[in-house]
Design a protein around this ligand. Structure first.
Ligand code: PLP
Length: 388
């Protein structure tokens, strides 16, 4: 059978594959330490699950508006005003099946065949695949530790061509954990405005930040950049709601109206009662977000303390998200082989940097308990010592 060209060029998600392999090995009775998770290991807070249960009991089980429940769109607009200083109305919000779906819908809505989309590397591995799915061209701009894995305004400017439509900004970043400062964002915003391109700001990790760093939304930096900005966000990481599949886009009206029409012909509304859980997440106490953030902060410190003096490894201190991106170049093993051997020899699951555009790195997720972290790091250190 001949499959469509658009799908044959797409790589399956390596992160999902390794997580699945680690889970299968665990089910076979192997004592796996998994640092592969892309999701918080906490239960969804109880007041959120209670709201969804109540919604079920109240009969919120029918089709709803394709763009989302009006009450949730309103709550998201309020949140963006309150937390991010972004002046959106409910009409500027599209509720989607998670942040991934937001970004995919945006690509379909914005990108014509041959349009270029600028993606700084290391990147979240789904970005280039989504661009390719709509026949766009991912333009990868490499970064390294010399600029803290951040794209500079000069590098962004140099990558822009007449075909450039969109720049993907992810702060805090998966996999590097970097958080752009207000000044850095202002400098990038100037390039975006001067060269008249759009930016999508993926803010899914906005609540998971450390050491008092400030989380700034690029769209809040002025009217010119606001009208060129699309925000993608969701409930998965901040509220530990990965399986609920609720996310959102916030954008100028024309983008939201077009993406709503797309959703009307593809997925229709997000699971109705899940949206009531999301409303409770935004309108209820935010203490649960802080409790989880503090747990991540403690684990991050343990990982950094252990890794910083291991010969052969180096890593930048992440300011956000729940990953440490470790440079393994001194081992002279590429990231896919490194992760495979580490899993086979030491039963430790990590994610190779190669699909993130950095084959000399691995990603360690510390969205797991401290006992697993300590044990897994002992094994990782033993593995590295044996290979340098
Ligand atoms: N953006 C980034 C950078 C991510 O890491 C993820 C999930 O791993 C998402 C977006 C999408 O999250 P979800 O679709 O679960 O809301």
């Amino acid at each position: 059978m001949e499959l469509a060209q658009r799908i044959t060029g797409i790589k399956p998600s390596v992160t999902l594959a390794i997580s699945a392999l680690a889970k299968a090995m665990q089910q076979d009775g192997k004592d796996i330490c998994s640092f592969s998770a892309g999701e918080p290991d906490f239960a969804t807070p109880q007041h959120i699950t209670a709201a969804a249960k109540q919604a079920l009991d109240r009969g919120k089980t029918k089709y709803g508006a394709a763009a989302g429940e009006p009450q949730l769109r309103e709550a998201i607009a309020n949140k963006l005003q309150r937390d991010n200083g972004l002046d959106y109305r409910a009409a500027n919000i599209l509720v989607t099946n998670g942040g991934k779906h937001s970004l995919y819908n945006l690509m379909v809505t914005l990108i014509d065949p041959g349009d270029e989309v600028i993606i700084p590397a290391p990147f979240w591995l789904s970005y280039p695949e989504m661009v390719k799915l709509v026949d766009g061209i991912p333009v990868i701009v490499n970064t390294d530790s010399s600029t803290d894995y951040k794209i500079t305004p000069e590098a962004l400017n140099a990558a822009i061509t007449p075909k450039t439509k969109l720049f993907i900004l992810n702060s805090p970043s998966n996999p590097s954990g970097v958080v752009y400062t207000r000044a850095e964002l202002a400098a990038l915003a100037k390039v975006i405005v001067d060269r008249d391109i759009m930016v999508v700001s993926d803010e899914i990790y906005e609540k998971i930040i450390y050491d008092g760093v400030e989380q700034v939304s690029i769209g809040a930096l002025g009217a010119d950049i606001f009208e060129r900005t699309i925000v993608s966000n969701g409930f998965a990481k901040a509220y530990s709601m990965t399986g609920w599949r609720v996310g959102y886009l916030a954008a100028p009206l024309a983008v939201i109206q077009a993406a709503s029409a797309l959703q009307g012909h593809s997925t229709s509304n997000v699971c109705t009662f899940a949206q009531y859980g999301a409303i409770a997440a935004l309108e209820g106490s935010q203490e649960c977000v802080e409790t989880m953030r503090q747990a991540f902060a403690q684990r991050r410190q343990v990982v950094l303390d252990r890794l910083c003096d291991v010969p052969g490894l180096s890593c930048a201190k992440p300011d956000g998200a729940f990953y440490v991106f470790v440079n393994i170049s001194s081992t002279n093993i590429n990231s896919l082989d490194f992760c495979q051997q580490l899993l086979e020899q030491q039963l430790v699951a990590t994610i190779p940097g190669q699909p993130f555009g950095a084959d000399d790195h691995i990603r360690i997720s510390y969205a797991t308990d401290l006992v697993t972290i300590e044990k897994g790091l002992d094994r990782l250190v033993a593995f590295v010592r044996a290979h340098i």
